[in-house]
Write a protein that binds this ligand. Structure first.
Ligand SMILES: CC(C)(COP(=O)(O)OP(=O)(O)OC[C@H]1O[C@@H](n2cnc3c(N)ncnc32)[C@H](O)[C@@H]1OP(=O)(O)O)[C@@H](O)C(=O)NCCC(=O)NCCS
Length: 179
């Protein structure tokens, strides 16, 4: 399924209406930091919101824009997950939707777009530490939990979640989005 924003995998018509007003674009890592800070780590310093892989040449930083405002961000960069033998694994970091835009299909939109870009650049696997409060979101997008929940101080309980990346037959990506 394809929206005017050129994303794949949208299913809810309500979500499609809200999310199709947005445009996903590749941005510099710096553009993601404010929303990471505001949504994910408000009790930490802004400087704590940079990740070691942010400057990896293969890192993909995505932002969803409502006009000129960034309302969602996410990042992925190559990193292996122990005991997995995928050739080109990526790790998801900094998945954040502005509170004003949550539960409107925006998280689905930007993560589907990120998956397509990873797959298109040769990645075959995406994993991450998911907050237990958000793991239902990832399950809806086809991610699986592996192992038990564990604590990451000072944030809280997490699961490792993962998905093998494949595009299904009906999915299409606008070439312009992959430039
Ligand atoms: C978690 C988050 C990224 C999800 O993005 P979102 O835009 O709110 O989610 P969407 O509207 O695209 O939801 C897609 C589906 O997941 C469901 N969903 C969304 N958040 C959920 C949650 N926390 N738990 C369970 N299900 C959730 C939605 O109801 C929707 O279901 P549907 O397809 O049946 O309608 C976003 O709410 C957020 O940034 N939360 C705060 C920060 C956070 O926890 N980030 C993740 C860190 S691991």
């Amino acid at each position: 399924m394809q929206s005017s924003a050129g994303t794949i995998g949208l299913r809810s018509s309500d979500s499609l209406t809200a999310a199709s007003m947005l445009t996903c674009k590749v941005v510099a890592a710096e553009a993601t930091i404010d929303l990471r800070h505001r949504v994910l780590r408000p009790h930490q310093e802004r400087d704590d919101c940079y990740y070691p892989g942010d400057s990896d040449p293969q890192a993909i930083h995505l932002a969803a824009f409502a006009n000129t405002s960034i309302v969602a961000v996410c990042t992925a960069y190559p990193e292996i997950l122990a005991d997995q033998d995928f050739l080109a694994p990526f790790r998801l970091r900094g998945m954040a939707v502005a509170p004003t835009h949550q539960k409107n299909g925006v998280g689905r939109l930007i993560l589907n777009d990120l998956e397509a870009r990873i797959w298109s650049s040769g990645g075959d696997f995406l994993w991450f530490n998911a907050r237990t409060s958000a793991h239902g979101f990832y399950q809806k997008l086809g991610y699986e939990v592996t192992g038990d929940a564990f604590e990451i101080e000072p944030i809280g309980m997490h699961y490792v979640m993962f998905k093998r990346l494949v595009l299904s037959a009906g999915d299409q990506i606008q070439p312009s989005l992959l430039a």
